[in-house]
Design a binder for this molecule. Structure first.
Ligand code: CO
Length: 166
């Protein structure tokens, strides 16, 4: 496994639409393993392949809902993810490893069902809620070239961020 470089806001690759994954091969597995290491190293909640410069529809989301043990033992791999059902609304704070130090208030569904494939191409679906539903939406947005700063109701001020850190 190896750390990959996380692209930052301003890189044109972050605004591109990623392509469907069709080959569930060693190359994909290496990508997912590297993304996992990169995500843990950056202490993030999710990471999308385009953030490491690969325009393929693959994302990782950390399951922060289950409370036992280390959340980084519960990284969910979603290949070709698609939201197939959603309900409710949550309005909360969001950040992104590609836009360090910036936070915004973003509306997301409260719960959703996401359909995806695993690294071997097996299709599965799962219900997510709260912060995990937010992370799934945020990462799928990356696959469509959408950054949270463009859909946020508003961006937090320096003062608000400082208050959060207290
Ligand atoms: Co992000």
């Amino acid at each position: 496994m190896a750390l990959r470089n996380i692209l930052h806001d301003g890189d044109p690759l972050l605004l591109k639409k990623s392509r469907i994954v069709t080959d569930f091969n060693k190359r994909l597995h290496v990508l997912l393993d590297d993304m996992r290491e990169t995500l843990i190293n950056a202490a993030g909640l999710g990471l999308a392949a385009p953030q490491v410069g690969i325009l393929r529809r693959a994302v990782l989301v950390v399951d922060m809902i289950t409370e036992d043990g280390d959340p980084y033992d519960r990284i969910i791999e979603l290949v070709n993810p698609e939201i197939i059902e959603e309900t409710g609304e949550q309005c909360g704070q969001e950040g992104c490893l590609s836009i360090p130090g910036v936070y915004g208030i973003v509306r997301r569904p409260l719960e959703l069902r996401v359909k995806a494939q695993d690294r071997y191409g097996e299709t599965f679906d799962m219900w997510c809620k709260d912060i995990t539903a937010r992370a799934v939406c945020h990462e799928i947005d990356h696959l469509n070239g959408v950054l949270f700063t463009t859909i946020a109701d508003r961006i937090l001020t320096e003062e608000e961020i400082e208050r959060n850190e207290e």
